[in-house]
Ligand binder design. Sequence first.
Ligand SMILES: [Zn+2]
Length: 564
Amino acid sequence: MELLTKEEMIQAANLYPYSWTLQNEIKNEVGLPLDFDKRPWLKAIYNDLSPHQAFLKPPQIGATVMNTLKSLWVAKNLRRQIIYTLPTQGDVQDMVGGSFNRIISQNPILMDWVRDHDTVEQKSVGESMIFYRGTFTSKQAMMIPSGLNIHDEVDASDPNVIVQYENRLQAQEDGGWRWYFSHPSLSGHGVDVYWQQSDKKEWYITCSKCDTEQTLQWPQNVDMDHKRFICSHCKEILSEEDRAYKGCWKNQDGVVWTGEIAGDYLFSGWHVSQLMLYNKTAKQIIDAYNDPLKDKQYFYNYVLGLPYVDSDDRIDPAVVLRNCVDTVNDQTDRVVIGADTGHGIHFVCMNKQGVFYYEHATTISASQTPYDRVKELLKRWPKSIAVFDQGGDLIGVRQLQSEYPGRVFLCFYNKDRKSIEPIEWGSNDEYWKVRVDRNRMMTLVVEQLRDTGRILLNGTKDEWYDFAAMFGNMYREKIVAKEQKGKDDRTLYGSEYVWKRNGPDHFAHAFLYAMVGMQRFGGGEAKVVGDNVYTGMQSGRIVQAPVINSFAPDAFTKENQVLL
Ligand SMILES: [Zn+2]
């Protein structure tokens, strides 16, 4: 391997902001060198030069220093003119007059770059300029060419002015670069709008006790009683080394970040929560949660770095757990298995007495796949049926379908909007298919779980904790449909609720599939004989479905009818 000369090393270092800060021993506003060992997740964000970026950030993570350095680096090295907005003119005074000027004066190389130290509103950097503006200062965005707009504290800024800046950028040859940084506020507002269009990268750490990779989440990674961080999987104490000093960024599809957006996403998205910070203790996090002077939104926005969702639009895991009952499910009624594929198989087993089992099957060896777990259960309960999502490995499902004819179904989240029924079972050639209105069905499932006692979870709260936790990762948003030419059916509805997630939600969907199966197969057993229960039956015949125990099928179809 050829050794680089010193000049070549300096050149190479200048290719990215992170290596540049190291090479030049860049210091923060109080003269301390930047310490990436304590914030390993910050390196990738420093180096991200994607044209479109969205960053959900809590306070105290060094974002002001990073934004200052990255903007200076881009102005100088990429020669992009920059417009940097903050909510108000006062914020501009504070930032430029304060930390910006102090960072410059701590670093000789920056003193070289920035010739004009005097104006707060504009700085010349090499051959470029950075303009600083408050969004409430004037009703109009500046009429100057810009190669990069940095919008800091988006959620506290005037959204109309930010949109005007976006429109101005479109005149640029490359469409212009847009970076949005903010602590989030409400779901669907401010920085969350851009985050939703992003690859949604989360920081993954690995528990060295059980080797499970995970993102740090509230409350799964916090032991409330002993006030310490724990592994969400094995529940053992998470060492500080494991929690704060090692990890990697992965996007919402589980793809490791290599410096470029993987997949068809417009924005490069970053989410940092205080759970990731080396200088935050579990006690501080719990105290922030219990702080009587702060509302839940504060905890979401400033501690978790997440947009807040109104209580109607989510279900607290504690509410799910209220359905736990200490009765044994004798498993004599017909069992329905709901299975979500993708990351192994997450499955849920229920019958009309309640939900009695859930599991994440991941074992993959030469002799066993996760599908074999479901197969064992189909064998164990000869009258059971299984409903799978259609997103996974269809070969596994097809095999099960041929081994257990008439008992394995595929659920499609592509319900015809014009139909009123949220669930439509296929017939004849498409007997194995069920189409479900994803968002209406999830709303229904959540409403039924909220109505305590309607759907029973057989077992203790501890046993159902991991199941319930996944419901905490989902939230509902109202999407207002814009009028679109040629899309008449959509405009009929005007607006609709859409369920989104900010963490794993596999068990919630597995449960939804089980509920879909219950709608048709959860009733009495009189019509079912033997294994291959549906052969020879007339399809399309309408029969009355018996009302099941505490579960309410009439919520699904207004006539309480099903196709058999
Ligand atoms: Zn562990």
